[in-house]
Write a protein that binds this ligand. Structure first.
Ligand code: NAP
Length: 283
């Protein structure tokens, strides 16, 4: 069997075109969705991420503001900036690019963002909303994974999903989203023994570990859906995921590539959340 690809670039294109149409509609009602991105310091990877986010906003007609701050920025100054953006009616979403420098308490910073503008979905209010099935903002990466499953018409009811990784931004919210769609969910982490025994029982596997080849072909049930969240570099410096793509694709039914899979979907769901935040101001 050779797995069918779930093409995140193509799906993103469709979803971003929808976003652009909705933005135009909102503009006729006097609102342009606005996203503020705050970058503290000069981490090269973070610079690329924020540039891509701002570019994607511009391409879909959203208003975007990039605030770059010196790495030595005082925590109180950062909190004051966020407070200003919380009160700015032209800004509907606020994103603070992580990681933050060590002298800044990332938890405190995230909690200072108004939950109504928490388009990254990292605030405790957003986490609680996801946990209880209430409306809120879903973290963009697992939300993108859910959209990918939806795009292939995959019905999660009664299926066994195995999530590799339990971070607050990917693994845990991913597990909750799958659970909400009636999957039976197993979450694995660095202390889980015999992961292969679990993945071999899975209809859906989401790999979000951050290590190459964490999922190999002998760990996958024939026909399973494999979503690869990982972003790693191989010996040649080429971007690759957590999944041994070339071999797993021989066994899986569906698979996401890296690059061109979950990555573009993450930015797309940020646009979707920002649009949603703006729409909520009109309800
Ligand atoms: P993270 O915070 O470092 O979490 C990694 C998780 O993997 C932890 O829960 C860890 O377990 C678990 N783990 C480590 N070794 C393992 C193993 N051998 N088997 C099973 N689980 C293991 O990372 P993250 O922020 O969730 O990100 C995960 C990956 O996704 C990274 O490569 C990141 O770059 C990528 N990512 C991609 C996107 C995108 O847009 N494509 C977005 C976000 C993240 P413990 O909890 O026990 O330590």
């Amino acid at each position: 069997m050779t797995a069918q690809l779930i093409d995140g670039t193509q799906l993103s294109k469709q979803l971003r075109a929808d976003v652009a149409r909705h933005v135009q509609e909102l503009q006729t009602r006097g609102v342009t969705p606005g996203l503020a991105v705050i970058l503290v310091g000069d981490n090269p990877a973070s610079q690329v991420y924020v540039r891509n986010k701002v570019k994607a906003c511009q391409e879909s007609g959203l208003h975007s503001v990039l605030e770059t701050c010196d790495a030595h920025l005082d925590q109180e100054q950062l909190l004051a900036r966020i407070q200003r953006l919380n009160e700015d009616p032209s800004i509907h979403g606020i994103l603070v690019q992580l990681p933050l420098p060590a002298h800044i308490d990332a938890h405190k910073v995230i909690e200072s963002i108004s939950p109504a503008k928490d388009v990254d979905g990292f605030h405790m209010v957003s986490a609680g909303a996801l946990m209880t099935g209430m409306p809120g903002f879903w973290p963009c990466t697992p939300y993108g994974c859910m959209k990918m499953l939806e795009s292939i018409g995959y019905d999660l009811r009664g299926k066994h999903a195995v999530v590799l990784g339990r971070s607050n931004i990917v693994g845990k919210p991913m597990a909750l989203m799958l659970l909400q769609k009636d999957a039976t969910v197993t979450v694995c982490h660095s202390r889980t023994p015999d992961i292969k025994n679990l993945t071999l029982q899975a209809d859906v596997i989401v790999a979000a570990v951050g290590r190459r080849n964490v999922l190999t072909a002998d760990m996958v049930k024939p026909g399973a859906v494999v979503l690869d969240v990982g972003m790693n570099r191989n010996e040649q410096g080429k971007l690759c995921g957590d999944v041994d793509f070339e071999h797993v694709r021989q066994v899986a039914g569906w698979i996401t590539p890296v690059p061109g899979g979950v990555g573009p979907m993450t930015i797309t769901m940020l646009l979707v959340n920002t649009l949603e935040a703006a729409e909520r101001t009109l309800r």
